[in-house]
Design a binder for this molecule. Structure first.
Ligand code: SF4
Ligand code: SF4
Length: 70
């Protein structure tokens, strides 16, 4: 018998603003969660909507955004 289980975990979006080069890739990929601030840096505007898919993390060319399991 195949048994499938899933783990529920909390996650935190960590953005290193000094590494962010304001390319906007992450906000384009995930506009419901990530936006660009007036200063041009990525900001997690709606972190509660984050699914933890890590698309932003894997596509940031500057390694400025990461998803931490807490
Ligand atoms: S993809 Fe990375 S460098 Fe580009 S805006 Fe997002 S956090 Fe900044
Ligand atoms: S992990 Fe996925 S859902 Fe969460 S901010 Fe990144 S792209 Fe959006």
């Amino acid at each position: 018998m195949l048994e499938v289980s899933s783990a529920v975990y909390s996650k935190r979006i960590v953005i290193n603003k000094s590494w962010c080069k304001s390319c906007g890739i992450c906000a384009s990929l995930c506009p419901k969660v990530l936006v660009m601030s007036a200063g041009g840096k990525a900001v997690a505007a709606n972190p509660s909507l984050c699914t933890g898919c890590r698309l932003c993390e894997s596509h940031c060319p500057d390694f400025a955004i990461s998803i931490k399991v807490v």
